[in-house]
Design a protein. Structure first.
Length: 338
């Protein structure tokens, strides 16, 4: 009997993870999932045999292994929880003699949380199957792996959920972890769109944490207002022209002034991000520039760009799109306030 798994790897080592899995589970089909550090694996081995092989062999970049048996499509609304439950209820996985828990990992932007899925699906399964929820020591685990509009589901013995120690991580030169990689992205964008940040500019940077864009902009502009509920890098505290507002971009106070430039690197869906940009257009001076990254939360890259651009056209003009070398999983938009 064949089996399938969602496997996590250290980011940047997906290729090495694929090679390891193909050797251990030969023959096996392995493909990258759209979010970094995730693989989908199919093998002719039984689930038990595959897990045993993966457990016994030392690996370096493979992390968690989730047995799955079904793939469904959803949307971002809360109604998708019902679709997830319906699909799980059709699986022959739980009986009244079992104890279980629901383990959900959600990636992307939705109107529900992982906890919402775990509680709702767990309660419904308990009512329908007679199995009892046990969060501490369940005999079985209901696996829910959400990748924006695709969900992988499974019901497996809890011992078949495998956690391996990752021994190899992406290496960066000293002081150049993702904090400064974000700087590279912004510098590439400014150069690609021919935008010069003047010394007297007032800049609004939303989705700022940990502060790579803020740091770059603070070295060019008079003032940068960095907006994010999360902490910024400690080095930014020493910059007198940086103001950190611990808030969501949608909840900004009214008295923060007008801006010459708006930058947005928020990790949310393209449509949501574009709507936030429109809501903030009133904070910009006439003809002010704006830069926004479009996160490719699914493989429909052109659709994401198109949908974001159509929303932005309500408040912005002269919209240009570029793909930057430093990140192939997003596009960058440049625009000016109408």
């Amino acid at each position: 009997m064949s089996s399938a798994f969602v496997v996590t790897t250290s980011s940047g080592y997906e290729g090495e993870g694929k090679r390891d899995i193909r050797k251990i589970l030969s023959p096996a089909k392995v493909r990258k999932l759209f979010f970094k550090g995730n693989l989908y694996v199919e093998t002719d081995m039984t689930q038990e045999r595959a897990i045993k092989a993966l457990r016994e062999v030392e690996t370096y970049c493979i992390g968690r292994i989730y047995p799955v048996s079904s793939e469904i499509s959803i949307n971002a609304s809360r109604e998708s929880i019902e679709s997830i439950y319906t699909s799980i209820s059709k699986m022959d996985g739980l009986t009244e003699e079992d104890t279980f828990r629901v383990n959900c990992t959600r990636r992307g932007s939705h109107d529900f949380s992982s906890r919402d899925i775990e509680v709702t699906v767990g309660r419904r399964l308990e009512e329908e199957t007679g199995a009892v929820v046990d969060l501490e020591n369940p005999s079985k685990t209901v696996v829910v792996q959400v990748f924006q509009d695709t969900v992988y589901l499974g019901v497996a013995p809890t011992e078949h959920l495998l956690v391996k120690k990752i021994r190899r991580f992406r290496k960066y030169p000293r002081g150049e972890r993702p904090f400064t990689r974000a700087e590279f992205k912004l510098r590439e964008a400014l150069k690609a769109f021919g935008l010069e940040v003047e010394a007297d500019f007032e800049v609004l940077d939303i989705g700022a944490a940990p502060g790579g864009w803020t740091k770059t902009l603070a070295g060019m502009a008079r003032r940068v207002v960095a907006v994010d509920p999360a902490d910024l890098h400690p080095s930014l505290r020493e910059m007198p022209n940086v103001v950190h507002i611990r808030s969501r971009a949608e909840d900004l106070p009214e008295d923060i002034g007008e801006f010459d430039l708006l930058t947005n690197d928020m990790n949310i869906s393209p449509q949501e991000s574009a709507k936030v940009m429109n809501a903030l257009s009133g904070r910009l001076k006439e003809g002010a520039a704006a830069i926004m990254t479009v996160k490719f939360v699914t493989r429909a890259r052109r659709r994401h760009i198109r949908e974001a651009s159509e929303i932005l056209e309500e408040r912005y003009e002269d919209i240009h799109v570029r793909r930057m070398p430093h990140n192939r999983n997003e596009a960058t938009l440049f625009m000016r306030k109408k």
